[in-house]
Design a protein around this ligand. Structure first.
Ligand code: MLT
Length: 258
């Protein structure tokens, strides 16, 4: 499925995949900071933002990775690109890199992890998916996510940032939320795949991330043959949004070394 996307700047191509249940607008600071040297392609994942929402009951991570490849093909982009993904976007990036290794020259794993869901978490996602779908109401989920994805520091000092992400999350449909939750619950464990990824990899994580904590980032860094780990202060699960200055410095220095 073709994804709606922004395409800004010229130079080596960098593709950034947003997390759940956000949209491409979360990358505004990165697009601004990088697009004078790089071509930034930032899609809305299926069902999110302005991309089409197929009827499927489950949006598998592999299907979302296939959407990305289809979109790159439609852009005639046959050169190798750098792929970055935050959280669910990172799960998708790992699926794409593992299944289409020839398409990529670098990998950025931002506030994400390579393990699958433990059974009780996967079950919980299934229950939430049913609730959201049958009630058509995503408010409880959105307010719960606000508390989990932002560092307390961000919630106290950057209310406008919290409000703008709340708006994005509220505009994501119950169907997309349910199908994505089921897809994440069904994703495979990719820890054993990491050892085979030879690409230079930046692993970036907010110091106060409680969704995919620093320990998950360290576990990936230990398995990947060619990884650098950057821990971003004053950030929870959304380091590129919460502390864009520090995140962009790390991203730019990683990209320069490629
Ligand atoms: C995300 O930010 O994409 C999600 O919180 C990831 C997850 O729920 O595993």
């Amino acid at each position: 499925m073709l994804l709606q996307h922004d395409d800004n700047g010229r130079g080596p191509v960098v593709v950034l995949l947003h997390g759940f249940p956000f949209d491409r607008s979360m990358w505004a600071s990165q697009v601004e900071a990088l697009s004078d040297q790089y071509r930034l392609i930032v899609p809305d994942l299926r069902g999110h933002g302005s991309s089409p929402a197929p009827d499927d009951r489950v949006y598998t991570i592999d299907a979302m990775a296939d959407d990305l490849i289809e979109t790159l093909n439609a852009l005639n982009l046959h050169e190798k690109v750098v792929l970055g993904g935050l959280s669910m976007g990172g799960y998708i990036a790992l699926s794409a890199i593992t299944r289409y290794p020839d398409r990529f020259m670098g990998l950025m794993l931002l506030d994400t992890k390579a393990t699958s869901d433990p059974p009780e978490i996967a079950r919980g996602r299934g229950i939430t998916a049913e609730q959201v779908e049958s009630s058509g109401n995503t408010e409880t989920l959105v307010e719960g996510l606000i508390l989990r994805v932002f560092a307390q520091e961000t919630r106290e000092h950057k209310p406008e940032l919290v409000e703008s992400l709340r708006k994005v999350m509220k505009s994501t449909s119950p169907r997309t939320i349910a199908a994505s939750l089921r897809g994440m619950a069904a994703r495979p464990d990719r820890m054993d795949d990491l050892a085979r990824i030879q690409l230079p990899t930046l692993i970036l994580v907010g110091a106060d991330d409680v969704v995919t904590p620093v320990s998950d980032a360290k576990a990936m860094a230990e398995r990947l043959p060619n990884a650098k780990l950057a821990v971003i202060t004053d950030s929870g699960h959304l380091a590129p949004l919460e502390n864009p200055e520090a995140s962009n410095t790390e991203i730019l220095s990683y990209l320069k070394e490629l």
